[in-house]
Design a protein around this ligand. Structure first.
Ligand SMILES: [Zn+2]
Length: 283
């Protein structure tokens, strides 16, 4: 399963608009809230540390009939657990709880960054269990953002993958090329533009593989695979310091943790795409 996905929740999008229903859920004995602070999500003994939801908690959904909320902890310490960054949570928590943490983190981050109307500047108010904000002054409706990012595994159709190193990464760390989708672009166009821009490589075929919520703070990684002629890749903008083809043997060693090449962590879709190719080369 893709990490940060599979929360196994019923998000109850119709029910949550009913404030009477929502308040009854909040008061239920089984109601519990994921806790987030600026230091991360609260965990204890490898599990999420839940508390009763506050009046301000946003509604995530129903899990086995129990209402699940998310609360932003400000100015107090929860009784149990400790804060963990979402990358740490991805490796410490069971998959369904890592997905809940990602969902809670993205939704709460959106609320903190959208307190004021982008249209007129007035303070906005949460609605729909926390899945919308409404401006009382100009009546604009604001919805949680998800920023699409394409990430692409480019192979030479035989035994090598195209990887790049961002200028801010340490020596030896390489990953698949990725970039934000721009307005007016299809996903496939964004894939082709990014690879041409960042590496000077023109892609032959491009096909969609899988996606991953990426809560830093609210991206959606859209994973593609592509095939290209080898050519001579060169960094085309300031983003990449190095770019090049890596042979299967180097990639296999890196996946085992051997050698100078360092790949993305196992919970990332970048790594999932590379590992899938290693298991079935030539794509
Ligand atoms: Zn407004």
């Amino acid at each position: 399963m893709i990490v940060f996905s599979g929360a196994a929740l019923d998000r109850a999008p119709t029910l949550r608009r009913d404030t009477g229903w929502l308040e009854a859920q909040r008061a239920q004995p089984k109601a519990h809230a994921v806790l987030m602070s600026e230091r991360g999500v609260w965990i204890g003994d490898g599990r999420l540390a839940f508390e009763r939801p506050s009046a301000a908690a946003v509604f995530l959904g129903l899990m086995d009939g129990a209402p699940v909320f998310a609360d932003y902890v400000e100015g107090r310490e929860p009784e149990h657990g400790r804060p963990a960054g979402l990358r740490e949570a991805a490796t410490e928590l069971p998959a369904t709880e890592a997905a809940l943490a990602a969902y809670a983190g993205s939704l709460l981050a959106w609320h903190r960054r959208h307190r004021f109307c982008a249209n007129c500047g007035a303070a906005t108010e949460p609605r729909d269990g926390g899945h919308e904000r409404v401006c009382p002054a100009c009546k604009a409706h604001h919805f949680p953002r998800t920023d699409p990012v394409v990430i692409v595994r480019v192979s030479d159709g035989a035994d090598a993958l195209l990887l790049g190193r961002q200028a801010r990464w340490p020596e030896g760390r390489f990953s698949l090329l990725a970039g934000y989708v721009e307005p007016g672009e299809t996903l496939e166009e964004a894939v082709r533009r990014e690879v041409l821009e960042e590496a000077g490589v023109a892609l032959d075929s491009v096909s969609y593989v899988a996606s991953q919520p990426w809560p830093f703070p609210s991206s959606l990684m859209l994973g593609f695979s592509a095939v290209a002629e080898r050519g001579d890749p060169t960094p085309g903008d300031d983003e990449l310091a190095e770019v090049g083809w890596f042979e299967r043997a180097e990639l296999e060693a890196a996946a085992r943790g051997d050698g100078p090449l360092m790949l993305a962590p196992p919970y990332s879709i970048a790594r999932r795409l590379i590992d899938a190719w290693l298991a079935e080369p030539g794509r």
